[in-house]
Design a protein around this ligand. Structure first.
Ligand code: SAM
Length: 290
């Protein structure tokens, strides 16, 4: 069976009474070269010897899974839609190294992979459903499992936000939170013609390499992220007003604190580097502790 032929894919889906669900972000990759290119990019994140597990979120009908199966020792794929299980059984019948699990990737116990696949390096490779992109990436980065990389096909605009640098229009809380835990790079763009059904927007492949050490030293991560969220919640306000409005503290106290950090309170939140956010969080944490 050729999974990349629209005709054969349509027949496969019909055999299993499958209908596309927009609310699950179901746009299937139909270009073999693109699928292989994404799987190869994921393989490149593995630099050490030893067996490697590719974790895929949302295998769909198996277009990317098939390529992962060729390049990795094992593939574990999490699919929420039970109507795709029969489809995957048929499309991946020759791929003995693939395990499909019917579950919600947002509820999955990622730590369990360490005992299920002992001694394996783990990398993530997915054509992610757009409605959980940020949530699932943050979940993976915070999961505590050592990942060689996260290689994901996502909407182009989302990719730009993940990779945006401070003081650029797309820099936001998600860019800062990602940069704290990983290095981020856009690899290449993928046009709407690569999918069925055809999405309205362009997509791009994002590569994240989790950092061994966080980008900056932060004493209280919850406070650090609260400050970042507040700073970006009101982009047109000054940093001082955004932090005050975001419940970080009283205006006079915050003004003195920003001055102590050598950060102009009149700056906009989106101009701050991670290091500056960390300085504010660490001084604020110290004053709250004493
Ligand atoms: N990997 C396939 C491909 O490239 O053709 C399908 C990608 S499609 C963009 C996203 C897939 O994620 C769909 O199969 C969808 O059912 C599945 N999905 C959506 N939400 C999910 C969730 N919360 N957990 C696991 N899978 C999910």
């Amino acid at each position: 069976m050729n999974l990349y032929s629209s005709k054969e894919m349509t027949l496969l889906l019909e055999r299993h009474d499958f209908f596309f669900k927009k609310n699950l972000g179901q746009n299937f990759l139909m270009n073999e070269a693109t699928a292989l290119r994404i799987a190869t990019a994921a393989r490149e994140t593995v630099t050490e010897d030893g067996p490697v597990l590719a974790l895929e979120i949302g295998p769909g009908a198996g277009s990317l899974t098939l390529q992962l199966s060729k390049l990795f020792d094992r593939v574990h794929a999490l699919e929420i839609d039970p109507h795709l299980l029969g489809v995957l059984e048929e499309s991946l019948k020759d791929c003995e190294n693939v395990t499909v699990e019917n579950c919600d990737a947002l509820q999955f116990d990622y730590q369990s992979l360490l005992t299920r696949y002992p001694n394996h390096h783990i990398t993530v490779c997915s054509n992610l459903p757009y409605y959980i992109t940020s949530e699932v990436i943050m979940l993976l980065l915070e999961s505590g499992i050592p990942l060689t990389g996260i290689t994901v096909l996502i909407q182009k605009e989302a990719c730009t936000r993940f990779t945006a640098a401070p003081a650029t229009p797309d820099y936001g809380a998600i860019s800062a939170a990602t940069a704290y835990r990983a290095t981020a790079k856009k690899l290449f763009q993928v046009g709407p013609g690569n999918f069925i059904p055809r999405p309205k927007v362009d997509s791009a492949v994002l590569r994240l390499i989790p950092r061994k050490e966080k980008a900056v030293q932060v004493e209280n991560e919850a406070l650090f992220f609260k400050i970042i969220r507040a700073a970006f919640s009101a982009r047109r306000k000054t940093l001082l007003n955004a932090l005050t409005g975001g419940g970080i503290g009283e205006k006079e106290r915050l003004e003195a604190l920003l001055t102590e950090c050598e950060i102009d309170p009149a700056r906009r939140g989106e101009t701050l580097s991670l290091d500056e956010f960390a300085r504010i969080a660490n001084i604020l944490n110290k004053t709250e502790e004493s």
